[in-house]
Design a protein around this ligand. Structure first.
Ligand SMILES: *[C@@H]1O[C@H](CO)[C@@H](O)[C@H](O)[C@H]1NC(C)=O
Ligand SMILES: *[C@@H]1O[C@H](CO)[C@@H](O)[C@H](O)[C@H]1NC(C)=O
Ligand SMILES: *[C@@H]1O[C@H](CO)[C@@H](O)[C@H](O)[C@H]1NC(C)=O
Ligand SMILES: *[C@@H]1O[C@H](CO)[C@@H](O)[C@H](O)[C@H]1NC(C)=O
Ligand SMILES: *[C@@H]1O[C@H](CO)[C@@H](O)[C@H](O)[C@H]1NC(C)=O
Ligand SMILES: *[C@@H]1O[C@H](CO)[C@@H](O)[C@H](O)[C@H]1NC(C)=O
Ligand SMILES: *[C@@H]1O[C@H](CO)[C@@H](O)[C@H](O)[C@H]1NC(C)=O
Length: 376
């Protein structure tokens, strides 16, 4: 072989070598939609004990009762909602929903949520997220695909992990705005490595008035990617992904967490999918956050709870309306037990100022006791 041929061959091989090895086809393993949408979920059935929300996450019998909080409409969409009709007596929390998939999906999976409406409104804090049911949260990682508060402008995505996972790739690998680079749950008040979508149509009233859209979450060995497409811009590779999906042509994702900065196989295990809507709590309920996300700051001695939760009419837009949730996976899905795991912990994400507030409270008590012991 001449040296020129060898050089050309070398170049060809080199150029093949640098072709990004991304995408490829991933087969459909489950579609949650229509009348079977709610078949394979566990209902939390207790109050919000992870984000301090003024919410009771109803059990299945309450959710199926009056008012119905999870149901399928005549147009085959699935509704997950806050109780917006019951009068709540002072000191009682309002019924809402947190459901966790009985199946979990390992590295090598993509899930696509097609929704026409996401919950929003003052004091409303919804999320569509996933976590690994490891022994201790967040040993197997948490991926927040959708999170927003109040009348906030756009969707915020995040990961929560053990120490050693961070955003390290250049800003050209994602289109969103980084809030924090460290995904370690003990950093940045447990707000994770959040990235905010620059597209206002990704949340709230703009999401709904544009017919909703799709969120694609890919958990692969190359990294974790989240894409958002408003209804009119959904690519055919998503709308036509009837038996498999190929994400390679979707373009720059809103959020990307590369395996370079976060060893996926180390920080992430099989993910259980979760929808929840809490009320007030560590993020949505702070006066300054209410004020910066389109609602009024709290006045006088009023709390988020006393201002909003007692009045059912504040929750008319507090619902998910879902066309489908499709899961594609290279690994067979593991169907876990359908009892609520004791590891079913969710971080006070993001902006878990509650932790700081609690610390301050303890210090105040401690100083108070100290003061007492001095005066004694
Ligand atoms: C599934 O496997 C195919 C073939 O190896 C690969 O191209 C694709 O990226 C994998 N999917 C995910 C989500 O990792
Ligand atoms: C569901 O929750 C309601 C309200 O707390 C309670 O009365 C009922 O016993 C629960 N049902 C089951 C099956 O746990
Ligand atoms: C994250 O960054 C966005 C865009 O800069 C900002 O609007 C938002 O308030 C930030 N979120 C938090 C929780 O600080
Ligand atoms: C996918 O399914 C939809 C609805 O059943 C159908 O309209 C469409 O043609 C299918 N697309 C492909 C690529 O098979
Ligand atoms: C409650 O919310 C639903 C949407 O989930 C809406 O159709 C209804 O008008 C709202 N208000 C009442 C009083 O039901
Ligand atoms: C829970 O799982 C058991 C067996 O694994 C099944 O018989 C039962 O129907 C499931 N319950 C629900 C509510 O899905
Ligand atoms: C929250 O409540 C659930 C259900 O009662 C329980 O299994 C879980 O351990 C609690 N989590 C925390 C952090 O207290």
């Amino acid at each position: 072989m001449s040296s020129i041929t060898a050089a050309v061959l070398g170049l060809v091989i080199a150029s093949i070598g640098i072709t990004p090895v991304q995408g490829g086809s991933t087969p459909l393993v489950r579609s949650y939609e229509g009348s079977s949408f709610f078949d394979r979920w566990d209902y939390f059935g207790s109050y919000d004990n992870t984000t301090n929300g003024d919410a009771i996450f109803a059990n299945k019998s309450v959710a199926d009762g009056t008012p119905e909080l999870t149901y399928v409409t005549s147009s085959n969409t699935a509704i997950i909602k806050v109780d917006n009709t019951s009068t709540v007596a002072y000191n009682y929390k309002r019924n809402t929903i947190k459901i966790t998939s009985q199946d979990s999906y390992d590295v090598g999976s993509v899930w696509v949520l097609d929704a026409v409406h996401l919950p929003y409104g003052c004091s409303v804090w919804p999320a569509f997220w996933s976590y690994g049911k490891g022994a201790t949260w967040p040993q197997q990682g948490e991926i927040d695909t959708i999170e927003g508060v109040n009348l906030g402008w756009s969707n915020q995505m995040a990961l929560h992990t053990e120490d050693g996972c961070a955003i390290t790739t250049s800003a050209s690998t994602y289109s969103g705005t980084v809030n924090d680079t460290s995904c370690y749950y003990e950093d940045n008040d447990n707000s994770g490595c959040a990235i905010t979508d620059t597209n206002y149509k990704s949340y709230g009233s703009d999401f709904a008035s544009n017919g909703g859209g799709v969120f694609v979450t890919s958990l692969s060995n190359e990294g974790i990617s989240i894409w958002f497409f408003t209804r009119s811009e959904i690519p055919s590779s998503i709308s036509g992904a009837n038996s498999s999906i190929d994400t390679s042509s979707l373009g720059t994702p809103s959020a990307f967490y590369s395996n370079e900065g976060c060893e996926i196989s180390k920080f992430f295990g099989a993910q259980s999918l979760v929808f929840d809507i809490t009320l007030c709590g560590d993020w949505a309920g702070q006066s300054s956050i209410l004020a910066s996300t389109g609602c009024s700051a709290l006045t006088g001695t009023n709390t988020c709870y006393s201002t909003y939760v007692l009045d059912a009419s504040n929750y008319d837009t507090a619902y998910f309306e879902i066309n489908s949730l499709k899961v594609y996976s290279n690994t067979s899905s593991s169907s876990s037990s359908n009892s609520t795991s004791s590891a079913d912990v969710r971080s006070g994400t993001p902006m878990s100022r509650g932790t700081g507030g609690w610390g301050l409270f303890m210090i105040t008590i401690f100083l108070g006791l100290l003061g007492m012991s001095f005066t004694l």
